[in-house]
Design a protein around this ligand. Structure first.
Ligand SMILES: [Zn+2]
Length: 458
């Protein structure tokens, strides 16, 4: 009986979800990334503007991002819903064995690196929308022979206010140019400070986070000034977190094998190597190189990392433990903070805050996959999603139009109601059995006012 009721509830909820899956055109959508915003910064530092924003909207406390937890792979995942192995932007430094080309984040505009996927600023064009991407990684690259309607070549000296001013103008449009329906905006902090000072430096990170929060305040006031506030959906998120590094935690490759044995494509915290001699022998040396570094032959990279099925993944990868830095030689620590580590580590996770007419108010969940944001955005914009690794159903409860049940609560309520009903039934039966043999209490209640010493029940 209980099972039937529960199944009935669950079937009803599934039907409701399917019904609610019907897409409807929504307001414009602005996706903002503050690079390197580790999820726990939200708890460690006062962020009054950000807190005000998500108190009127939704907060996902931690996003499980994609491996490797670097800037370019994760920014491309946010706008494609794909793991790195599927979108092809696999690291900050890559080598393509077919074209023999090299990729670096400062030399990234060859379309061939980006053409394995289509970012939302391209696919939304097919729905008849104008789009904009302000310094988002890949946004100044011609992808599938197209770019966003508006974009700027990457230039770190352009201030947040200048980037924001352009984005709001593009969203608003004018007599000549229709406003954009999707815009992506990128800002370099708190990543830059996290690398220089390390995430454990409260003073320096407090200052960087204060500036980030001031920029969020600027965003809110700009949206209010332009009349967009309340008419636009805003998502604020990031690509990855940051781990504290130390000169005490260096892993030297030269201690394990001579550099003549391999070509180094990427170094830390995930090294990518092409063995030049016997691959098994090179792997064997690297495998026992350091207790805080795990070596994988490409074919043995764990499924959960979704980091194997791409030609640009090299024959051997080495993954440092959290806070450890791989160097070739020497004692010099390159950065006090770094990211790129295993994406199951909480220190690598960013967050998501969102508000606007499509979102619930004051709603909070503990976690989500970052690849789920893409199908959510496609749904909000009524843009047919490209094939992706995300699941809209994971994210749909953030939306005001969606009715979501808290399954544990519902199960608890059903069990509670059944317990009460069972108790009432048992009591009723008990009374029912005893009534014929104990008529006196009722006689007494009706007529016998003087008989105070008689028990009510025998
Ligand atoms: Zn980054």
């Amino acid at each position: 009986m209980l099972l039937q009721i529960l199944l009935g509830f669950l079937c009803g909820m599934t039907a409701l979800a399917a019904e609610n899956g019907t897409a409807q055109q929504g307001p414009p959508l602005l996706l903002v990334s503050f690079d390197g915003f580790r999820a726990d910064y939200l708890r460690r530092f006062p962020m009054p503007n950000l807190k005000l924003l998500y108190s009127q909207g939704v907060l996902v406390e931690q996003l499980t991002n994609v491996f490797i937890t670097k800037t370019f792979p994760n920014h491309y995942s946010l706008v494609t819903g794909l793991y790195a192995e599927s979108h092809g932007i696999l690291a900050s430094n890559m080598y393509d064995p077919t074209s023999h080309k090299h990729f670096h984040v400062t030399n990234d505009t060859d379309p061939m690196w980006w053409n394995e996927a289509r970012p939302l600023w391209i696919t939304a064009l097919d729905s008849g929308y104008k789009t904009a991407a302000m310094m988002w990684p890949g946004s100044d690259v011609v992808i599938g022979n197209r770019t966003a309607t508006h974009f700027f070549p990457y230039n770190p000296s352009v201030t947040f206010q200048q980037r924001l001013g352009n984005v709001t103008n593009w969203i608003l449009g004018n007599e000549k140019e229709q406003g954009v329906m999707f815009a992506a905006l990128y800002w370099e902090e708190p990543d830059r400070s996290g690398h220089i000072f390390g995430p454990d430096n409260d003073t320096a990170m407090g200052k960087a986070l204060k500036e980030v929060d001031d920029n969020i305040g600027l965003l809110m006031s700009e949206l209010k000034r332009t009349g967009l506030w309340g008419r636009i959906n805003v998502l604020i998120t990031s690509d990855h977190g940051m781990a504290q590094c130390s000169a005490e935690r260096l892993i030297r490759l030269d201690d394990c094998l001579h550099p003549d044995n391999y070509t180094l494509v990427d170094l830390t915290p995930v090294a990518a190597l092409i063995p030049l001699k016997d691959a098994e022998a090179v792997f064997s040396l690297l495998n026992k190189c350091h207790p805080h570094m795990t070596a994988y032959l490409k074919k043995a990279i764990p499924d959960r990392l979704h980091y194997r099925n791409n030609e640009r993944i090299q024959p051997i990868i080495l993954i440092a433990d959290e806070g450890w830095t791989i160097v070739q030689r020497g004692d010099k620590l390159p950065r006090l903070g770094d990211h790129g580590y295993d994406n199951s580590l909480p220190s690598m996770h960013p967050f998501l805050a969102a508000m606007g007419p499509s979102f619930h108010r004051g709603y909070r969940i503990s976690s989500l996959q970052s690849v789920d944001i893409y199908p959510l955005m496609c749904h909000m914009l009524s843009v047919p999603p490209q094939p992706n690794n995300g699941t809209f159903n994971h994210a749909r409860c953030l939306l005001a139009a969606e009715t979501c049940w808290d399954v544990p609560l519902v199960v608890g309520l059903v069990v509670g109601v059944l317990l009460v009903l069972t108790t009432i039934t048992v009591l009723f039966r008990l009374f029912g059995h005893r009534r014929p043999s104990s008529p006196r209490p009722f006689q007494r209640l009706q007529v016998d006012d003087d008989d105070d010493d008689d028990p009510l029940l025998e």
